[in-house]
Design a protein around this ligand. Structure first.
Ligand SMILES: Cc1ncc(COP(=O)(O)O)c(C=O)c1O
Length: 385
């Protein structure tokens, strides 16, 4: 928030700011999505809809999952929400009582902590630093699950690291999960279409089908289709859990509006050329960011293979001073703040994600801004003494 506020202030003062800080895809959906919304508007019923989600939307989501190998789900297994965030919140309310434990990796997506705190759950964090490529090991998971948490929350591909678990890694973690039948598994995989280098997206249920009984898969239109503000998220899992989410919807939101539903169906079922082109663009941008960071002595950066984030360990800068401004860099917030003040580049301090040795670079900015933003970061690091 500190860096975001500062970026806003500097922009309003007329400074040239390049933002690598926002977690949005920065593109709009295809024309067919808008056409479907307009058509729905023209024949809008204006009525309440299904708490779970309209049948057409549930069917489109089921077909969409089948494309990534998640087969065998029916309407009774799925439910929708106002974005993945709302679905995860509903799941936390449905699965966790006060004092129940939830465990997840650090770095984590910031809202996991907030949501767990709102429902008064006990949070057990599993540190996964850059030295282990920000990935959880099977031994680490085993030790965490031996404490019998009510929920294990997983995120793949990851925000903020962009790391993607390989088929073998998912399979090894799934082998651990089968040993602990009392733990629900929520797998937040909203970036599952944004995977690079041909490594593919893999899921615990594919690795160990018996996990279907307690794995809850989360998806969203926000990132894949450039529709974060349209607010459509999904879950697929056991029928009892999907019913609980529908019941929560019934009491919170009632339904996703008809026009949004029509646009969502069009996004899921229509031409996929926009997301496909964006994925190729993001992979090229990822390469550009990694090449720029590799040229900065001391920065350590695991190679992300998905989403649109890079999460370099910048702790080599701590204890140094930024020469031109005389700013002492003691931590990630100082660094992001000084980088913004001196060179007009906004990144998010890693402490927002529980990892204060790093910062998050989100590379969805317009392409012409990427190279100048990266050279400003290089310049900044070369000025540290
Ligand atoms: C890992 C992760 N999960 C969930 C969300 C929320 O997505 P939605 O816009 O569908 O609520 C985000 C958004 O940044 C995210 O990064």
């Amino acid at each position: 928030m500190l860096v975001a506020e500062k970026a806003k202030r500097l922009k309003s003062e007329g400074r040239d700011i390049i933002s690598f800080s926002i977690g949005v895809p920065n593109f709009l959906p295809g024309d067919h999505v808008y056409a479907a919304a307009r058509e729905a508007l023209a024949k809008d019923s204006g009525q309440y809809g299904s708490n779970r989600g309209a049948d057409a939307l549930l069917d489109a989501f089921i077909a969409h999952m089948e494309q990534v190998g998640m087969t065998g789900y029916t309407r009774a297994n799925v439910a929708t929400g106002i974005g993945a965030k709302h679905v995860i919140y509903n799941l936390a309310e449905a699965l966790l009582d006060e004092g129940d434990a939830i465990c997840f990796a650090v770095p984590y997506w910031t809202s996991y902590v907030d949501i767990a705190e709102i429902v008064n759950a006990k949070i057990d964090l599993l540190p996964c630093p850059a030295t282990q490529d920000y990935k959880m090991t099977p031994a680490q998971l085993d030790a965490a699950l031996a404490k019998k948490p009510k929920v294990f929350l997983f995120n793949n591909p990851s925000n903020p690291t962009g790391m993607v678990y390989t088929k073998a890694e998912i399979s090894a973690l799934a082998d651990v999960l089968v040993k602990y039948p009392d733990t629900w598994v929520i797998t937040d995989d909203i970036y599952n279409r944004m995977v690079f280098d041909g490594i593919g997206y893999h899921n615990f249920v594919q690795a160990r089908p018996e996990l279907r009984e307690r794995v809850i898969f989360i998806d969203s239109l926000s990132k894949t289709y450039g529709m974060p503000g349209w607010r459509v998220g999904f879950m697929a899992g056991p029928a009892s859990v999907a019913q609980a989410v529908a019941t929560m919807n019934s009491n919170h939101i009632t339904n996703i509006p008809e026009i949004i539903t029509a646009a969502a169906v069009a996004a899921l079922s229509g031409p996929q050329d926009v997301p496909t082109a964006k994925n190729a663009e993001f992979q090229a941008k990822r390469d550009q960011v990694l090449a720029a960071l590799a040229a900065i002595p001391g920065i350590v950066c695991p190679r992300p293979q998905g989403a649109f984030y890079v999460f370099p360990d910048i702790s080599c800068a701590f204890g140094k001073t930024h020469g031109p401004t005389g700013t002492k860099i003691t931590n990630d917030v100082d660094l992001c703040s000084a980088l913004l003040e001196s060179h007009g580049v906004a990144c998010v301090p890693g402490s927002a994600f529980g990892e204060p040795r790093a910062m998050r670079i989100s590379y969805t900015c317009p392409t012409p801004q990427l190279a100048p933003g990266l050279s400003r970061i290089q310049q900044f690091f070369s000025e540290l003494q």
